[in-house]
Design a protein around this ligand. Structure first.
Ligand SMILES: [Zn+2]
Ligand SMILES: [Zn+2]
Length: 362
């Protein structure tokens, strides 16, 4: 049976996003069809349309989502019709070198793929789906390893955020930085990822969590997430951070912007021997300058955290439990509930640095 549905598509590079009718592919063996119930507007979606990334077109936007399984193909074992699922935009194949060596977040079959064709068509021509998902649409067809079942009492809105922003932000703190009791943490960039990192740093027992954003308007959200300090970013950011940390600098800096200037500021605000964790995805031509002497003499560690450095199949259900038990409070994260047609306006709010997460409800 052929299914049609609407989705948010960018036809060519630089064109505005528009709502169009798409034809879903028939599902094959090992695939599932999911009715999307909530999809978050993530900075990576903005990167797909603002020139930071150069994905192929036409492109269905969206990748941070949750929904309900409505059809399963032959041989599908990990989910069934009616399950509530979080979409995983970087599913682990479990057979490549990285998967077999305990680093499924770097799986060589899906890591670094901006968009791919999956049989979906627009006016008879193939379209590409963002990060293998294309979640700004009423339905998606994905391989079964791209869905993770979660309890039905978890709201679809928070479930959607677990699939990208929350996993990325909490994973940077828990898995990459491994923040310990009593440490100090700087988080630069307070979008959905940064605010999740702030909440996770407090939950990990950090004494001081300094939240930084270019917008003063993020102060309330930073405090709701558990920040002890809020600083508006400026030229003198590293100096300001040092003045709040006995002139020594923080134990951990978490950079959630993806720009050379903020990576450099994070580096300079970190104590000798401390760690800078880069979470933001930046541009290929934005060069970070570090001198050979400062790399040696500061003894700092510079690391990246990709998709929370997490095994999503294990950590998404664990995060769902943490939210349901109240151990992880993320209620502050959803600041705007919108429709598909409002997504372009949500991108503009994001560009202006307003709010935390906009979530499309379908
Ligand atoms: Zn995302
Ligand atoms: Zn793999």
């Amino acid at each position: 049976m052929t299914h049609y549905m609407t989705g948010l598509v960018v036809r060519t590079e630089g064109a505005p996003a528009e709502i169009v009718e798409l034809r879903l592919p028939e599902i094959g063996p090992g695939q599932v069809r999911v009715k999307i119930r909530a999809a978050g507007v993530c900075h990576s979606d903005l990167s797909m349309i603002n020139g930071t990334l150069r994905p192929p077109h036409p492109l269905v936007l969206g990748h941070e989502a949750a929904g309900e399984v409505v059809e399963v193909g032959e041989h599908v074992t990990r989910t069934s019709v009616g399950d509530h699922v979080v979409l995983n935009w970087q599913p682990a194949c479990r057979t490549c070198w990285f998967c077999e060596n305990g680093e499924p977040w770097l799986c060589s079959t899906s890591h670094g793929v901006a968009a791919l064709e999956n049989g979906m068509t627009l006016d008879g021509d193939p379209v590409h789906v963002t990060l293998g998902v294309g979640a700004f649409a009423e339905q998606v067809v994905v391989p079964e390893n791209a869905v993770i079942s979660v309890p039905k009492d978890l709201g679809f809105d928070l479930a959607a955020l677990l699939g990208c922003a929350v996993l990325t932000g909490t994973g940077a703190i828990r898995n990459t930085a491994q923040v310990a009791l009593g440490e100090s943490v700087l988080v630069i960039g307070l979008g959905g990822v940064g605010l999740s990192a702030v909440a996770a740093a407090r939950a990990a027992g950090a004494d001081q969590v300094i939240a930084v954003d270019v917008s003063e308007a993020k102060k309330g959200l930073a405090e709701a997430a558990g920040a002890t300090d809020f600083v508006v970013s400026s030229e003198n950011l590293s100096k300001e951070i040092r003045s709040r940390t006995s002139r020594r600098g923080v134990d951990h800096a978490i950079e959630c912007v993806g720009r050379a200037s903020t990576i450099r500021a994070a580096w300079r605000a970190t104590r000798s021997g401390g760690q800078v964790t880069v979470v933001g995805m930046g541009a290929a031509d934005d060069m970070v300058q570090l001198s050979a002497l400062e790399i040696f003499s500061s003894a700092r560690i510079l690391r990246a955290s990709v998709y929370g450095q997490a095994d999503t199949d294990l950590e998404v259900p664990a995060l769902a439990q943490a939210v349901l038990s109240g151990e992880l409070n993320l209620d502050f994260l959803v600041t705007d509930r919108i429709t598909l047609a409002d997504v372009p306006a949500a991108f503009e709010r994001m560009s202006r640095g307003e709010g935390a997460r906009s979530v499309v409800e379908l």
